[in-house]
Ligand binder design. Structure first.
Ligand code: CU
Length: 129
């Protein structure tokens, strides 16, 4: 019963056509996020996948800090060599810079950017005569 209720709430409140994007962490063994700049829509999720090296992902504005899960959400955002996967939902439009604490700082070193565009209000149906 509880699962059913939550499912209905998620349907009612969830963004329309939310997409899942992937950013590779430590691609080719380099100190990079790939793609370094990713443009998504508000409500989309980004799945950070660490393929090699000692890394994490930390928002410049401290809105998230993730590696083996995310701080504050039951995970541990400290840099890790594990092949971790962390998923972050971006609900609000804006530009979110992020970095790896082991190899960067806000705006320098191992950094990436998520550009979150507002969801268009074009998802209405209408009749054409
Ligand atoms: Cu790193």
């Amino acid at each position: 019963m509880r699962r059913c209720l939550w499912g209905m709430l998620a349907l009612a409140a969830g963004p329309v056509d939310a997409a899942l994007h992937v950013v590779i962490v430590g691609a080719r063994g380099e100190l990079v996020y790939e793609p370094a700049t990713l443009t998504i829509r508000a409500g989309d999720s980004v799945r950070f996948v660490n393929v090699s090296g000692f890394h994490n992902v930390v928002a410049d504005d401290a809105s998230f800090r993730c590696a083996n899960g995310c701080d504050g959400l039951g995970g541990n955002g400290s840099p890790s060599n594990a092949q971790w996967i962390a998923t972050v939902v971006f609900g609000d439009p804006g530009t979110v810079g992020y970095y790896c604490e082991a190899h960067g700082a806000p705006g320098s070193g191992m950094v990436g950017t998520i550009v979150v565009e507002s969801t268009p209000v074009a998802l209405q149906s209408f009749d054409v005569e």
